[in-house]
Design a protein around this ligand. Sequence first.
Ligand SMILES: [Zn+2]
Length: 335
Amino acid sequence: MEKAVAPKKFADKYIELHLHLDGAVTSDIARKLAKIQGIPLPHDDAELEKQLTVPNDCESLNDFLKCFALPLSFMQTKEGLSEAVRLVSENIRSQGVIYAEIRFAPQLHTEKGMTQEDAVKAALKGISETELKVNLILCCMRGEGNEAANNETLELAKKYLVKDGGVVAIDLAGAEALFPTENYRGLFKKAKKANIPFTIHAGEADGSESVKLAVEYGASRIGHGVRSYEDAEVVQTLKEKGIALEMCPTSNRQTHAVEDMSQYPFMDYLNNGLAVTLNTDDMGIEGTTLADEFRYMEKSFGLTAEQEKQILENAVDSAFTTDEVKAQLRKELGS
Ligand SMILES: [Zn+2]
């Protein structure tokens, strides 16, 4: 008689390492947040959806970044920001996420008088009010004339940094092709000196040189890193150093990080032993969930249950949290 082999189980619990708070606002969350500040929204759900999600003819990361204005407007008060963190956390928890690192840029929440520090405190309040295990990543922004604002974010990260249960790292987000990684050498030198862990969006709208610089600065993870393949040496370094790639297929497709998804290097990186992780980036704007991203990779790239296990292990290994929490997450994932 043939021995029964238990069918391999595809993932139904997830770890989210790359999620932007403002990009994770669904129409349901938008209505709740708009109410708090009395912001008028279209009554028609389809119209609201249209305003919140990226158009199909989105041409670049720059186009994509324009979609953030509306969700950001909901988070210009302490209450709005706290509630956004709580609602987004609860939403992903209901979709099977068991641990998340939520990132946001404090400097984008100061339009109505909040200071960056108020924003950090409001987000901390938000994570204290959800049952999901959440840590925060503070984003510095690529841009012009915001050097002081980025330095302030860095100082706040220094002040509020914990190993778990709060601010655990910083990031660099924004228009990579317009404001190259080279411009931020000084910022990350300071972060390194202060022992603040960081991830950097790189190799998304710009090439492998951007990833190379991020690694040189000391990034322990890379946001996307899609275009690392342009330089075999960069790929080798990522592998040797075990630097995790926070890849986000739907986002990478919508921002044209690769022109043709058949050339998407995710499986190559994974098969080559790179610490690839799977994330949503901006689930509200993209109309996706982390579970959807896993199903998409199964369907379009033949991702196996075994590979999903590996991806989730990579995520736990590279999470900005303590060994105790990681052990707990491994237990919950059954690995
Ligand atoms: Zn991102």
